[in-house]
Design a binder for this molecule. Structure first.
Ligand code: FPP
Length: 235
């Protein structure tokens, strides 16, 4: 039994801090190495024709980290997202973001806005970066919007379905992920895409994110292709 390659891969890039610590570097240097790893995985997805990739870059809980680390991470994101805009267009990468963007520094917000605009016609890879993202907050926000549309008479109670709710989520333009990868040894979802991952195949690896490379992704995809996806039905 062989599945087609995944259309959408979602990744929790965990372990930058531990990777840095084990070789005597600062956490921020770990995150910098994490950005390099992310860049190569993005390029690889373009090369092998994966149409959707979603990366968890900063969670709503990450704000609780020491200020220096948060500021460093924000600067890193801005560096990555501004430096590469023409290269991203050349490679056909459309960038989107999900999360509470209004909580990000203004400069990062405008960098993101301009990058999303510049890459909006790109068609090879849909890259979604989750920033200040939390799945429960996303769902709560969707509930608020559905309720307000019900109150305004735009939606009838009987119209509320899984499909309708999905269309109120920030991921409305994306298919559900087929393959979820988490590096760094933990075996949890950490408030990432809880609705969207309902039937996703999970792949956890002990490797720290900066060490995760093309071969690791290739193996995860091969493992995914050998699984039987039943979506709740019998085989
Ligand atoms: C988890 O490692 C990683 C993060 C909180 C940040 C991830 C961000 C990047 C790799 C940058 C990617 C950026 C873009 C724009 C694609 P951790 O700090 O929790 O590591 P630890 O669990 O070892 O402490």
């Amino acid at each position: 039994m062989t599945n087609l390659p995944p259309k959408h891969i979602a990744i929790v890039m965990d372990g930058n801090g531990r990777w840095a610590k084990q070789i005597g570097l600062s956490r921020l240097e770990g995150h910098r190495a994490g950005v390099d790893a992310a860049q190569d995985i993005v390029d690889y997805c373009v090369e092998i024709g994966i149409p959707y990739l979603t990366l968890f870059a900063f969670s709503s809980e990450n704000w609780k980290r020491p200020k220096e680390e948060v500021v460093g991470l924000m600067n890193l994101m801005r560096e990555y997202l501004s430096k590469d805009s023409s290269k991203l267009v050349e490679k056909g990468i459309r960038v989107r973001t999900i999360g509470s963007l209004e909580k990000l520094p203004k400069l990062l917000q405008s960098t993101i806005q301009s990058l999303c605009e510049k890459t909006k016609d790109c068609k090879r890879l849909n890259l979604t970066v989750a920033l200040a993202y939390g799945s429960r907050a996303e769902i709560a926000e969707a509930v608020k919007h559905v309720s307000s549309d019900v109150l305004a008479g735009k939606v009838a109670l009987s119209d509320i379905s899984e499909n309708l709710v999905g269309n109120y989520l920030q991921t409305r333009e994306l298919p559900d992920p087929d393959l979820f990868i988490r590096t760094g040894g933990e075996k949890r979802l950490s408030n990432f895409l809880l609705w969207q991952l309902s039937y996703t195949e999970l792949c956890m690896t002990d490797k720290y994110w900066p060490d995760f490379n093309r071969n690791d992704l290739k193996s995860a995809i091969a493992d995914y292709q050998n699984r039987e996806r039943r979506f709740g039905q019998s085989s």
